[in-house]
Design a protein around this ligand. Sequence first.
Ligand code: PLP
Length: 395
Amino acid sequence: MSELTYPHLANSMTRLGTETAFSVLARAKELERSGHNIIHLEIGEPDFDTPANIVNAAKEALDAGFTHYVPSAGILEAREAIASEVSATRGVDITADNIVITPGAKPIMFFGITALCGPGDEVLYPDPGFPIYESVIRFVGATPVPLALRPEMQFRLDLDELESKLSNKTKLLILNSPHNPTGGMLTPEDVDHIARLVANKPIHVLSDEIYGRLTYGDIAQASIASRPGMLAKTLILDGFSKTFAMTGWRLGFGVMNADLAAAVAQLQTNSTSCTAAFIQMAGIEALNGPQDEAAAFVAEFKRRRDVIVDGLNSINGISCQKPAGAFYVFPQLSGFPIDTDTIANRLLDEAGVAVLSGSAFGQVGSNSMRLSFANSIENLETAVNRMRTFLENLR
Ligand code: PLP
């Protein structure tokens, strides 16, 4: 849980969690300011610049006066561009009415879970998993039901476990493929199977597909929205942050049935009002403009993946799966005299390598660490060498 100390907070705030990536980043920056050299493998963002055509589209939109409020669900032209992209990539037939554009994709978690779940509802979610899922599930008073992802299964869901945990209280199933923090992916057959399990039940699926274009050719990306009976029950979360190196722009969206979209848009009216107009216009350029830079990002991530996986596996006591997507590795540690939280802290303080302990993502991964390989090959090699020296000295 978060460490909130203000004594007058509402009860619900005691249930709100957080994302430690941001606090580790802050501590790493502090160490840098005091003269330490730090390699940042903690935060989940591409290290590339946003492609120039997208930056220019934002500038042009500012000059053209896209500086006012726009409808809460998003600018029609932007929703239409997103609808064609999603229709083409997921093989489904959707329109602008199915889209809500948000400042980053993260609000879709908050809005979607708030719109669908409350006390008495059970929500199935991956463990390890993006920490905000469990945080929001608890915040709205619903019951979190973790689904373990294990390295022996390449971090795919255990479908028997999923089936055994479905109950008549299950309201929502959260999927995330490619997956943060493990880089694991569901196979198309997994997705078929999951769809068969839930299609005839009153269960929605929040399918977090933010890393959907960051895959390395091992497993085909599959969206459960395209499976029979699933389109109207699936809320796809996606956005621009990871694909186009646009984390700081805050531009994401949800895809869902039109009635749910109206509710999610109303939550936006009640909170942010709308997503910045000129940023939405830049999003249209990101989708409709040249895609060569986005493709080059993926090719570069693939080279880096091989460097970090081989490097980590050459360290005694570390075992690392090769991720099929996203830009994270989630190696397991064994045989060290101190726990993984302490190792992660000391790696930052003593070796200048910022990583996240697996415990930040749930119970199941607490003997693991998450490392982002969104960094140069040279830095990844230096980080591996620093880790090797530090970990060998621990034994
Ligand atoms: N979903 C997952 C699994 C993520 O890892 C992230 C960001 O780290 C997001 C959603 C949120 O993306 P955004 O930065 O667009 O809000």
